[in-house]
Design a protein around this ligand. Structure first.
Ligand code: SAH
Length: 258
C-alpha cells in the first residue's frame, strides 16, 4: 500500500490488522442496523465492519481516499459519503434510525466528534473510537483524578465509558508522536437528564474553568443566592464531584430563587 499521508487531515493509517479487527469487534450490533465509520482512509477497519451483520456506511473528507474505497470496496457502493463529519446532519442520511459511530479518526477533531455524538445521542446508541491516549483516558476517568474534567462528566452523563486498550505509535503509517487509546461508549438506558441540559453544561464548564478553586468561588458568576452558597457542596472542588453530584448541584441551582 503506497502512502502519502496528508498531515492537515490527520492521516495516520493503521497497519495492524488485529487492532483493526478488535476495534470493529467492539460494536455489539444490538438494537441498531446502521454503522457509520468516520475517516475510513484506505479501509483497514472498513473491511472488518463489512463482515458484520449491520450495514456499514463511511464518511470521508479526502477525495483520494474516497476514490480508493470506490475502487477496492465494491460492496460499499453507494454508502460512501464524501463530506466532513463535523458538518453533516445525521438525519439527512439516517432519518430517525439509530446509527453506531466508529473510527480511527484525526486527533485534532476527536473532541469535537465526541461533542457531536453527545448532541446527537438520541440517534447514537454506541460509539467506538481511537483517540490520543491522554484524551481517551480523560473521557473514561472518574471523580478524584487529576485528568477528570469537562469531557469526562459530559460524556458519562449520557454514556457508560470503557477504556479498551492502548495502541503504540508503531502500528501507524506514519507513526504519530503519542500513544493512542481505544474507547467504547454505550448509551445509558435513561439518557435524559432530570435537569435543564444547558444549565448542566454551563455548571460543569464553569466549574472546571477554575478547577483548583472551590465551587463557591468558581461559580460566583452564576448569581447564586447566599443561602444556596451555604450548602456544603460548594466547599468542594469540581474534580471531587461525581457525575450524579453535578446533576444534583445543577438541580439545586435550578431551584434557587435569587
Ligand atoms: N481509519 C483509517 C484512516 C485514519 S487517518 C485507518 O485507520 O487507517 C484519518 C482519516 O480521517 C483520513 O482518511 C482523513 O482523510 C479522514 N478525515 C479527516 N478529517 C475528516 C472529517 N472532518 N470528516 C471525515 N473524515 C475525515
Amino acid at each position: 500500500m503506497s502512502v502519502r499521508a496528508k498531515k492537515h487531515l490527520g492521516q495516520h493509517f493503521l497497519k495492524d490488522e488485529l487492532i483493526a479487527q478488535q476495534i470493529a469487534d467492539s460494536l455489539t450490533g444490538n438494537a441498531y442496523k446502521n454503522v457509520l465509520e468516520i475517516g475510513p482512509g484506505m479501509g483497514v477497519l472498513t473491511k472488518y465492519l463489512l463482515k458484520k451483520p449491520f450495514t456499514t456506511h463511511v464518511i470521508e473528507i479526502d477525495t483520494e481516499s474516497v476514490e480508493y474505497l470506490q475502487a477496492h470496496y465494491l460492496n460499499l457502493a453507494n454508502r460512501i459519503i464524501e463530506k466532513d463529519f463535523l458538518k453533516v446532519d445525521l438525519k439527512e442520511f439516517f432519518r430517525d434510525e439509530q446509527v453506531a459511530i466508529i473510527g480511527n479518526f484525526p486527533y485534532n477533531i476527536s473532541t469535537q466528534i465526541v461533542f457531536k455524538t453527545l448532541e446527537n445521542r438520541d440517534q447514537i446508541p454506541e460509539f467506538a473510537g481511537m483517540f490520543q491516549k491522554e484524551v481517551a483516558k480523560r473521557i473514561a476517568e472518574t471523580a478524584g483524578s487529576k485528568v477528570y474534567g469537562i469531557l469526562s462528566v459530559l460524556t458519562q452523563a449520557f454514556y457508560d465509558v470503557e477504556y479498551l486498550f492502548t495502541v503504540p505509535p508503531t502500528v501507524f503509517n506514519p507513526p504519530p508522536k503519542v500513544d493512542s487509546g481505544v474507547i467504547k461508549l454505550t448509551r445509558k438506558e435513561n439518557y435524559e437528564l432530570p435537569v435543564d441540559e444547558k444549565l448542566f453544561f454551563r455548571v460543569v464548564k464553569t466549574a472546571f474553568q477554575q478547577r483548583r478553586k472551590t465551587l463557591r468561588n468558581s461559580l460566583k458568576t452564576m448569581n447564586l443566592s447566599d443561602s444556596l452558597r451555604e450548602d456544603p457542596i460548594f466547599n468542594q472542588r469540581p474534580e471531587q464531584l461525581s457525575v450524579q453530584e453535578f446533576i444534583n448541584l445543577t438541580s439545586k441551582i435550578e431551584k434557587d430563587a435569587v
